[in-house]
Design a protein around this ligand. Structure first.
Ligand code: ATR
Length: 283
């Protein structure tokens, strides 16, 4: 088999979990492919994309939005999310020439990562009431997934106007609730699933949670997109009262798995990927 070259571009990139996660897959499946973590500074992004010999790339901070200017095609969900995290270079046949042009296609796998993390836990999103906290980049991907799965969306954000704008842009038909009210009064809306997409609780602010513990109920399913620390205060609080919880690690793994499906058409070994990521995060 012809070895293929994959990688992730970002700046900085030293602590990427994608490299060990993908390398573990290639090793497990005995594939000759490689995966690099490539530091690309913003000034070099255009040139890198246009001249690279990689077969597929993941894209991370700060390039996810900017990279869209340098692609030939952008898949629908990536357009909606307004961010690309996976690029494939598909070869186009050229007449009378041994040289092949490649078409650069951008996709976003975060929304698949979210829904697969829930599916893995046996959770079907259809007609579920889902409270989403936050209206940034992670939120956009999750909201697209919720919309595609016909969930009933309740959206809240510290800056309310951003939630209102997102609701309109993505045509979510979401109920917008006030963030201050939510976090200070015990008036959580009727929600089956609560999703934190903000950075609240992320290292080093590990003592913070977007929702006071006393507002949670055992029948809530809690998804926290934060995975550093592995168990955020929100997840710990929820576990302590008996809620089902899902960590952002699962979304990370499943978005990576979707990239591999796009590039190679393989069904990646999820457990191996998760094990490798947990090993790195526990170190
Ligand atoms: P990401 O790409 O990780 O989603 P982002 O686009 O910067 O990052 O979005 C961060 C989200 O977390 C926003 O919804 C932000 O709220 P604002 O829109 O009001 O800025 C939210 N957020 C971050 N820190 C927060 C805090 N301390 N309290 C409440 N919300 C916070």
């Amino acid at each position: 088999m012809q070895p293929k070259k994959f990688g992730v571009i970002g700046h900085p990139i030293a602590h990427s979990l994608s490299k060990p996660m993908h390398e573990a897959v290639f090793k497990k499946l005995n594939l000759p492919h490689t995966y690099d973590a490539i530091d690309v500074i913003p000034e070099n992004l255009k040139q890198f994309i246009e001249t690279t010999d990689y077969d597929g790339l993941n894209v991370t901070i700060p390039h996810k939005v900017e990279v869209m200017k340098h692609l030939d095609e952008i898949k629908n969900e990536a357009k909606q999310i307004q961010a690309v995290n996976t690029i494939s270079f598909s070869q186009l046949p050229t007449p009378n020439s041994q040289l092949q042009q490649s078409k650069i296609v951008g996709d976003n796998t975060d929304w698949v990562g979210f829904q697969e993390s829930l599916k893995e836990e046996g959770i079907n999103l259809q007609n579920k009431n889902v409270l989403v906290i936050g209206a940034g980049g992670v939120s956009r991907a999750i909201l697209v997934s919720l919309k595609n799965n016909n969930a009933n969306i309740i959206l809240t954000n510290r800056t309310k106007q951003k939630a209102i704008n997102l609701n309109q842009q993505l045509n979510l038909n979401a109920k917008i609730i006030d963030y201050q009210e939510l976090t200070t009064k015990n008036q959580l809306p009727e929600a089956d699933i609560i999703v934190n997409t903000t950075s609240i609780g992320m290292h080093p602010n590990t003592e913070q949670s977007p929702i006071p513990k006393e507002f949670l109920k055992p029948n809530h399913i809690i998804f926290d997109a934060v995975y550093n620390p592995l168990k955020t205060k929100l997840i710990k609080d929820a576990e302590s009262i008996g809620c089902k919880t899902i960590s952002g690690v699962n979304m990370l793994v499943h978005q990576g798995a979707q990239s591999l499906r796009i590039w190679l058409g393989i069904n990646p070994p999820i457990e191996i990927m998760k094990k490798e990521v947990l090993k790195k995060l526990n170190n």
